[in-house]
Design a protein around this ligand. Structure first.
Ligand code: SAM
Length: 500
């Protein structure tokens, strides 16, 4: 049974500063026709009708209870029409959009990630031109922008993930080409009372619909961040706020039309103008999952982190001498292979974990629905593993002829002589800044890693870094420690190469 909360996502905007700021962005004069596409208990409508008692409002709401409450609440107001409907599939609204829109203003806190069954999602994806239908808020943003009249204004509070996640590429392009963005405020989701969305940040976006493509591209807008409290929203005189000015055409020129909200110019220029990317010089792939690690994954000893639920391996049954000719399983009398797992550790992860890898078992992994026997051409090869989820800084460790699991992005340089250089690079602050700018969350999927600019190092630099990495690896393998001085030298050289 799917809970009502997952279907309706009824997180109400119980914050006066947020509501006040969002309403102010509509710049209402009182003669507008307004749409509230997911009205909830009418939190945006009340301050609007307080100032403009005769303004025309359509309030849509899908939830039966909320709808009934709205009907009662606004029963004496002829200018507020409450409708029980699904905004995303409402035929009347769809028709209005096809005619070029009909509202002068839209204000909303749409549901984020509201649950829809698979069939419905498929239908939505189809009717929304292939937009990513799993995350409903972007569909609301699209439909409501369409619903605006020319020069109509929209004010939305939504997660900030539409700014640079790959899956929201289409909505970015649509906004950049069909509207003039007025401003975006970025702030922590903790400003939103009472709920933890699991999203890192929220944003309030204000935009104006405009059919003049050229003038849209020339439009400059401001991203405001660095708020110290929710009360600072809309208070544009505060000096400590960080303002980033961007032109829409510059955003449209970036890879995937990403809004780069990090102000460092040389970094942004590097991302936008790079000729070569990691994806051009390396294969970046995710690794293996057995489908039932409790059963097939073994651990070296119980002092290893998170080893509690795993059985100990018999070390004499481990094949340490692995190469790609055992991708289909071990053919001698050994049974296990070492596997590199997630976890933030630089340069080298010792052989702590082992996967059952007999021929029979591998045949089973290939056929099993839960297992992920994927990208096997890269198993037991020389590469670099970057965990999918990292702590504050990205870390990279050598895979070196071992299996790697699905919590890791395996980076396999096409030219193996770059292996140690790239190991140093992916552990450097320079790479960290680049990845965090391309995608501000701590998720490092292979898609983002592929987009990291690659600036070709000189042969001399490769040689220098190779020597230092060799020492670091030897030290680390024998003592568990490494020379931070050598690491610093690598970081300095890489910083010099990239300029940041
Ligand atoms: C996040 S709440 C926001 C409510 C209110 N606007 C506020 O900010 O307090 C989202 C509301 O949209 C309603 N809703 C969810 N999916 C909807 C849909 N597809 N069409 C219309 N309303 C929907 C929910 O029932 C809920 O009341």
């Amino acid at each position: 049974m799917i809970s009502e909360n997952r279907i309706y996502q009824p997180y109400y905007t119980k914050s006066e500063p947020i509501v006040k700021y969002m309403v102010s962005l509509l710049k209402l004069s009182g003669s507008e026709k307004i749409l509230e596409p997911c009205a909830g208990d009418g939190v945006f409508l009340d301050p609007i009708i307080k100032n403009f008692s005769n303004v025309q409002i359509d309030a849509f709401e899908l939830n039966e209870n909320s709808y009934s409450n709205l009907l009662v609440k606004y029963s004496d107001r002829e200018n507020i029409k409450v409708k029980k409907t699904d905004t995303l599939t409402d035929a009347g609204l769809q028709f209005l959009c096809s005619m070029g829109g009909g509202y002068d203003a839209v204000i909303a806190n749409p549901p984020y990630g509201a649950w829809r069954d698979h069939g419905e999602r498929k239908k939505l994806k189809k009717s929304y031109n292939g937009f990513y239908a799993k995350e409903s808020y972007s569909l609301f943003l699209y439909r409501c922008t369409e619903a605006l009249n020319e020069n109509g204004r929209l004010s939305f509070i939504i997660p900030d993930t539409y700014l640079n996640l790959h899956m929201h590429k289409h909505i970015r392009k649509y906004i950049l080409t069909h509207t003039k963005i007025k401003e975006m405020a970025l702030f922590p989701s903790s400003y939103f009372p009472g709920v933890n969305f699991g999203y890192a940040n929220l944003s309030i976006i204000a935009l104006e619909k405009c059919s003049d493509y050229k003038s849209n591209l020339e439009n400059e807008f401001t991203i405001i961040k660095g708020f110290n409290s929710v009360e600072e929203l809309g208070n544009n005189n505060i000096e400590t706020l960080k303002r980033i000015k961007l032109k829409q055409k510059d955003v449209l020129q970036t890879t995937d039309y990403s809004f780069i909200t990090n102000g460092n110019k040389s970094l942004v220029d590097c991302i936008n103008s790079t000729q070569l990317k990691i994806g051009d010089i390396c294969d970046c792939v995710t690794g293996f999952y057995s489908g039932n690690d409790k059963e097939y994954l073994k651990v070296k000893n119980k002092t290893i982190r998170n080893s509690k639920n795993y059985d100990l391996v018999k070390l004499d049954l481990v094949e340490f001498n692995c190469s790609s000719n055992i991708v289909n399983g071990i053919t001698n009398d050994k049974e296990y292979v070492p596997i590199v797992k997630g976890g933030n550790r630089k340069y080298y992860k010792p052989d702590d974990w082992f996967m059952l890898w007999s021929e029979g078992k591998v045949a089973f992994y290939k056929a099993d629905k839960k297992a992920r026997y994927q990208n096997s051409a890269y198993y037991f090869r020389k590469g670099i593993g970057v965990p999918m989820v990292s702590s504050s800084s990205i870390t990279a460790a050598l895979i070196e002829n071992r299996l790697f699991d699905q919590s890791i992005v395996g980076i396999f340089p096409k030219d193996e002589s770059l292996l140690y250089y790239l190991l140093a690079f992916f552990n450097s602050p320079t790479a960290n800044k680049l990845i965090r700018t391309i995608n501000s969350s701590t998720n490092n999927s292979s898609n983002y890693i592929k987009k990291v600019p690659f600036t070709k190092p000189s042969d001399k630099l490769i040689q220098d870094i190779n020597k230092r990495i060799e020492i670091i690896l030897n030290e680390y393998k024998s003592t568990g420690l490494f020379s931070h001085e050598l690491e610093e030298q690598n970081n300095k050289d890489i910083k010099k190469l990239y300029g940041f």
